[in-house]
Design a protein. Sequence first.
Length: 412
Amino acid sequence: MLNLPVWKTSTVALLLLASFIPSTAQKPVPQSASPTPPRVFLFNAQQLATLRAADPNDPHRQEVLRAATAAADRAMKEGPFAVTQKTATPPSGDKHDYMSQAPYFWPDPNKPNGLPYIRRDGQHNPEIQKITDHEEFGQMGRDTRALGLAYYLTGNAAYADRAALLLRTWFLDPATKMNPNLEFAQAIPGVNTGRGTGIIESRALADVTDACGLLIGSKAWTAVDERGIEDWFTQYLHWMTTSDHGKAEDAARNNHGSWYDLQIADGALFVGNQKLAIDTLERVKTRRIAIQIEPDGREPLELARTNAWGYSNFNLSALIELAMLGDEAGVDLWNFKTSDGRSIRTAVDFLLPYAAGEKKWDYQQIGGFSANAMLSTLLRAANAYHDPKYAALAAKLRDDREDLETLLLSGE
């Protein structure tokens, strides 16, 4: 139910950016005595404001700007994306409806027509690439967030113009906009035309909410645009909380439930529905942490997968991002612990010795084991718990990687 390269998400790939955002040089934003933090939820808003107002000659600020503008310059060449561009047509007959095919389902070799498809956990069927909505949805989210970030830090209006174009094309333009539902996501040929598990594919919306916040104040992104996209999110939240697919995903006990809650909480904060956000975050304590994590930190439903290391980190990433949203809403998930010791921190500590090479991973991981899958978790845990062992291992893993993503994740 997951289609990710090397267990990274767009949200995780940029959300630690706050102090390490770097790319091609642009004219810097003038220094400000009292910077206004942007309205973002998975960035450190105050940190971004401080970077924006820092001395233009500050080496750290320059490094951040180089990386930020490099990412934005790549995004300038991509898109605009739209669900209406796909060649396939959803069962509704309306190309404005999002659609995708379940990634881990393959033709049954024992059936003449291959139907119904059968599951091979962790093995991606290349057929899914024939429907472009999933990949383009994710790319649109990553690109708008990168462009919004570069605009906020540099003041280069071209970045805001491009981000606004991508957002309007996907969400607002009557000719190309996506209908606010995922009725036809992750369909299984011969079984169904869509299912609740497909909701995990709209994780890109957390990138979009931050992108919109970073664009506030630009000439490219108007108050009308902001109201329009908030209305889209309100409709999507209604579908998420009332549809059969949404209810099924809400009931999921594994990572799907965590990512569902993240989308609900993030979207609710974005549209100003504080009650929905707080209620969702409060129930993470009992409906996610208390159920998904054992007293010793194991995540049994993720360990049962063929990519157990990847999924354990994937679910933990969702819980950590929920803890970050909790900081925004006044709900402390970082320090929540059940009476028998189940908590985010115990899950971090369970995975820690494997990432450190002190223990051999003895569960399935057909995609190959990489300690770096835990890097973003360690960076966030070091910041939240002020534990030197998290920072020390993160520093070691950073030494092993020199790619841009590592730079972006190493800032807090």
